[in-house]
Design a protein around this ligand. Structure first.
Ligand code: PLP
Length: 396
């Protein structure tokens, strides 16, 4: 029986738990978005966002979800009928490709098995075959939230360079930025796409693009129709602190606080924290005798386990949604559902954003108890294995 006497336990892979410090910042009185205090706020947010994306490039933000930031990246850099090379890492890569089609682009998707990441060799081969340079952009999802697989973005950059191809590199970091190591400048990304509600520890409501000089140049000749998403009038906000439209003032109060928290902890430390929690989660899954959806990173090119979430395969004939229902009912805890192709076959444990050892052990304890209550065949001892991993006694 659910006891909702304290905070709901939100362990989906985004939206994530918003820390009290951020909630309190959002609760500040709204200020004049044309006044001097607002410009100070906005400029601080842009500086901190650049630090978190490890870039000195231009950043634009929108009051939007991640889908808006996807659309902005495409409409600002491309023209009707342009070919875009994509990779079927999972549900979100497919949605992005559908969006590209709707916008009048021609996405070509390299098929994937939803258990592995982008194969950089396949990208290189396809680009080498494109001798006419019809492909204008390569668009990949860094952390595929539907599968818990991370792709190797530097290897994709290297593949484009090895093919000597001029395509832009567009990267969706919606569930990686602020949780998994990501470097816009060093990795040679042209547009980074992200949003607020995952590693950045905010509620849904802000989408963003980080834009390289090459992408800015492409924007000058891009002909897809755009108005609200047009980068040009927004670029000055990053320099003067004023927006053409009414900005989401209170979300920006929260964003300043959330980015400060990430930078105070240190980006390397934030990533190491998530790596450690992901390793402990996998130790628990193995101890339960269940399988992680992500294939063995050692055998699949471009693939690595996500440090933001773990997708767990259910034993055959057992419904992941039933397990999630039992867990919600008994423990007031939400876990992520399997999406489209893997619906009912997997459940997802989110361990991104504001997350610590106690929340991890609480989550894993709830999953272990839920497996028992839902009658899912498993071995006990997942939580013990996770504790061993966390406290360095795993012997692995
Ligand atoms: N890309 C990825 C990797 C995501 O995880 C999501 C949402 O979870 C999206 C894109 C779409 O973002 P939104 O739902 O905020 O529009």
């Amino acid at each position: 029986m659910s006891v909702a006497s304290s905070r709901h336990f939100l362990q989906i892979p985004g939206p994530t738990n918003v820390p009290d410090r951020v909630l309190h910042a959002i609760a500040n009185p709204t200020i004049d978005h044309r006044g001097p205090d607002f410009a100070d706020l906005a400029l601080e947010v842009f500086d901190k966002l650049r630090a978190v994306a490890r870039t000195s490039a231009d950043v634009v933000i929108y009051p939007s979800s991640g889908t808006g930031a996807w659309e902005a990246a495409l409409v600002n850099t491309l023209s009707p009928g342009d070919e875009v090379l994509m990779y079927e890492t999972g549900h979100f890569a497919e949605l992005w490709s559908e969006l590209a089609t709707t916008l009048g682009l021609r996405p070509e998707t390299i098929p994937g098995d939803w258990r592995s990441g982008v194969d950089p060799d396949a990208i290189e081969q396809r680009l080498r075959a494109d001798t006419q340079h019809r492909i204008k952009a390569v668009a990949v999802v860094h952390n595929e939230t539907s599968t818990g697989v991370v792709s190797d973005v530097p290897a994709v950059r290297a593949a484009i360079d090895a093919a000597g191809h001029p395509a832009l590199l567009l990267v969706d970091t919606i569930s990686s930025l602020g949780s998994i190591d990501y470097r816009h400048d060093e990795w040679g990304v042209d547009v980074t796409i992200s949003c607020s509600q995952k590693g950045l520890m905010l509620p849904p409501g802000i989408g963003l693009n980080v834009i390289s000089a090459k992408a800015l140049l492409a924007a000058q000749s891009a002909k897809l129709t755009k108005a609200y998403w047009d980068w040009q009038p927004l670029l000055s906000a990053g320099k003067q602190g004023y927006f053409r439209y009414t900005p989401p003032t209170n979300m920006l109060f929260g964003m300043r606080e959330a980015l400060s928290m990430l930078l105070e902890e240190g980006l390397d430390e934030v990533c190491a924290r998530h790596d450690r929690h992901a390793a402990a989660t996998r130790a628990a899954v193995r101890a339960w005798g269940l399988e992680v959806l992500c294939r063995d990173p050692g055998t699949t090119p471009g693939t690595d386990h996500s440090s933001a979430l773990t997708a767990v395969l259910m034993p055959p004939e057992h419904d992941a949604d039933r397990l999630r229902e039992v867990i919600l009912e008994h423990f007031d805890t939400s876990l992520g559902a399997g999406l489209s192709k893997v619906a009912k076959k997997v459940f997802r444990i989110g361990h991104l954003g504001a997350f610590n050892d106690a929340t991890l052990l609480g989550t894993l304890g709830v999953v272990e108890a839920g497996l028992g209550l839902a009658g899912v065949p498993h071995e006990p001892g997942g939580v013990t294995a996770a504790i061993a991993e966390l406290t360095g006694r795993s012997g692995e």
